[in-house]
Ligand binder design. Structure first.
Ligand SMILES: *Cc1c(COP(=O)(O)O)cnc(C)c1O
Length: 426
């Protein structure tokens, strides 16, 4: 029998430690693992036997986290890594060669816009930005060298919800995988694989860990994509020269992407998650559903209150009936539209800065998805490197404030917002 979400978030991937019986997952703070003998070592290096060689590739604590997130997302396997941005690079790495492109939504986390529009060019990769609501535009942007389509389920920070089944249909037609960044929604609120995604990436830094302690990332593979259906994905379908001619898809089937991620991606790019980081994220995931329920309930209460405030022009939360994404949100994220939203403050840039400085309970930080409530003025911080047009598209104009609602008492949060809104006027 398949376990439910609340059971999986505590048990998936973990078993009592075979050496000691320890019930909680130990932190395997080791770099290397003793081979039984030379034949064992050779079998491990040939990928003929599953096991641990060196912690840049795999580690038992990290492996539990990988299995757990894969189970929560309904995937076949996962690759954990050092940050959400590392996850995005490691997701594209097996798919892309110099000269290839990825078609991406123009509504993305600010750091992702920068990574995609500038940094990946150095690898000879190109990102083509499109309005992900328009299937025709996505198709038009695709060509022979397109290797993936990338979007966020709930886009950070503008409260945009992507119509995943519709985007997946376009990806299917183009013969490329759909990669969904599910950071803001988490698998509790949204399950992209059930809606047609091939790969799901996360910044585990956010809700999965849930208390702002470690950076991390993970890529989950659905195992559903046929990498050998075309000649588009030679790293997975053709002999891999960095593994004496091994064909990953032919050899490992639905685990091809995951094992390539460990055996080539992590081995050669080295964006590895530490065992301590994996342990802390595992602790967070044990209470994910409980926290997300409270995050969503608080976000709804506060967004509704702000919408009625005379100093507030607009609240972009997909959980509000006034949002153009309300109905889509109910379909794509049936358990709630997350706890991250923006609002526009009368008085523009200066009022926003005053408001942020006046808050006491909310912390002014460049983070989201923490148990404590956070605030940021995106235009002067996270989205500072973007052009005016990119900022507008990302929903981060100069009069926009972003809130990441925590799990405190909603009355206390509202009282803090109220006193800060009063001070923003002066
Ligand atoms: C934070 C974030 C990232 C980047 O993750 P890091 O762990 O900070 O590298 C990517 N996508 C979204 C939606 C995020 O919120």
């Amino acid at each position: 029998m398949a376990y439910g979400f609340d059971t999986l978030q505590i048990h998936a991937g973990a078993r009592p430690d075979p050496a000691t019986g320890a019930r909680q997952t130990p932190i395997y703070q080791t770099t290397a693992y003793v081979f039984r003998d030379s034949d064992h070592a050779a079998a491990l290096f040939n990928l003929q036997e599953v096991g641990f060689i060196y912690s840049r590739l795999t580690n038992p604590t990290v492996a539990v986290l990988q299995e757990r997130v894969a189970a929560l997302e309904g995937g076949q396997g996962a690759v954990a890594c050092s940050s959400g941005h590392a996850a995005q690079i490691l997701a594209l790495f097996p798919l892309m060669s110099p000269g290839d492109n990825v078609v991406v939504s123009n509504r993305l986390y600010g750091g992702t816009v920068t990574q995609m529009s500038h940094t990946i060019k150095r690898f000879g990769w190109e990102a083509r930005f499109v309005d992900i609501d328009k299937s025709g535009d996505i198709s038009k942007a695709c060509d022979r060298r397109t290797k993936a389509i990338f979007c966020e389920s709930i886009a950070n920070p503008g409260g945009h919800v992507a119509n995943l089944p519709k985007v997946a249909k376009v990806a299917d037609k183009q013969g490329v995988p759909l990669i969904v960044d599910n950071t803001s929604a988490t698998p509790y609120l949204c399950r992209p694989i059930e809606q047609g995604a091939t790969l799901v990436v996360h910044s585990t830094t956010k809700y999965l860990t849930g208390n702002g302690t470690v950076t991390g990332g993970v890529i989950v593979d659905s195992g559903n994509f046929d990498w050998s259906a075309s000649d588009k994905f030679p790293s997975l379908s053709q002999p891999e020269p960095a593994y004496h001619g091994l064909k990953f898809h032919e050899t490992f089937g639905p685990l091809a992407f995951t094992l390539h991620g460990h055996a080539v991606g992590l081995r050669d790019l080295g964006m590895t998650m530490s065992p301590m980081g994996a342990f802390q994220t595992l602790m967070g995931i044990e209470t994910l559903s409980l926290r997300m329920e409270k995050h969503v309930a608080n976000a709804k209460t506060i967004a509704t209150w702000l919408e009625g405030h005379p100093k507030v022009m607009e609240v972009t939360y997909a959980g509000l009936k006034s949002s153009p994404y309300y109905r889509q949100g109910r379909k794509i994220c049936p358990k709630g539209a997350g706890a991250l939203f923006t609002f526009r403050l009368k008085g523009g840039y200066n009022a926003c800065v005053k408001f942020v400085d006046a808050l006491e309970l909310f912390s002014h930080v460049a983070n989201l998805g923490d148990a404590r409530s956070l605030v940021i003025h995106s235009a002067s911080t996270t989205h500072r490197q973007l052009t005016d047009e990119q900022r507008k598209l990302a929903g981060a104009d100069s009069d926009v404030v972003r809130l990441s609602i925590g799990i405190e008492d909603p009355d206390d949060l509202i009282a803090d917002l109220e006193q800060a809104l009063k001070q923003a006027k002066r």
